[in-house]
Ligand binder design. Sequence first.
Ligand code: FEO
Length: 397
Amino acid sequence: MGKTITSKVTWVGKVDWELRRFHGNEYSTWKGSTYNSYLIRDEKVALIDTVYRPFAEEFVKGLREEIDLSDIDYIVANHGEIDHSGALPELMKHIPHTPVYCTANGMKSLKGHYHGDWNFVTVKTGDTLDLGETKLRFVEAPMLHWPDSMFCYLSGENILFSNDAFGQHYATEALFNDLVDQGELWTEAMKYYANILTPFSRLVTKKIEEVLDLDLPLDMICPSHGVIWREDPAQIVKAYLGWADAYKEDQISVVYDSMWGATSSMALAIAQGILDEDPRVTVKLMNASLEDKNDIITEIFRSKTVLLGSPTVNRGLLHSVAALLEMIKGLGFKGKNAATFGSYGWGSESPGKMGKALGDAGFTVPLEGLKAQWMPDERALSECRDYGRAVARLNNG
Ligand code: FEO
């Protein structure tokens, strides 16, 4: 079961090849995921995190093949969410008195989930745990991404166990970042940041600066999902600093939904206008009812400018676009432009409503939303192309 990371550290997690939905239905995991658990064997033995609840029995069985459970001196729970703590109740049946190291908020979330009266030891930033030749140093990381989140650093081995941070929902048996398809790895790492960590970007920057200020040697970052950053671990730290800083590429995303094709023909004409004005900008068109919502969010994350389109239906928006707006509102993107458009028959509220929602969500929305009545004719399509040209100028402004 275990896979060697160093002479003292063994991966004892679970690769979940079949996972396609995570956080209920909130996150698509086209490449599955892994739940990484790590066993540190020094003079003392520590287990860092466990796995998702459905794999609890399999996890404990595998762990028993690796070590006599009674030889585990400490359990470290970096985070209470059930994809990492889900096997704790099963494990604690076998070693009920083993101390569980976590933050004060970690104790609350673990008690809240499992109602177990375990031997909790709460730790704060700077606290350490001697394992022999190595030592664990704890770093609280509140709201990255739960109040209970924590990192720990293993001196001697120079490993940062970063829990969710620097993770990817990416199933692989390869274990290390230099052994996998780089396109897949970075796609999943960015999607993970865009959809989960964007709201906490300010805290991401602060926490990374805090850890860098400690000036600790760093040979590896071992997150709790996906691959271990062994080759140039600083590259994912650098990427996070960039992603946390109002990240954008020279990209315009046109996201829309359509009932009978009027709004989609507007989208195409607007895209044409954008490219007429600026042939070098990347333009991506996405139908919100057909594309995966997390993939759309990742494209919005990459964009400097976002166009949102919906016809007016019952004085409002099509629900695919409305749902996307709810996600956008929660994620709190920074430094992006937006514009809106939509067809209508009689009421024409949707572009105004989308513009207001995007403005409230922190986007800059300087252009009035574009409307086209019924099916756009040549004149309306020409207006769409003009609108696209104006959006391209805005994007370059
Ligand atoms: Fe926040 Fe991977 O759990």
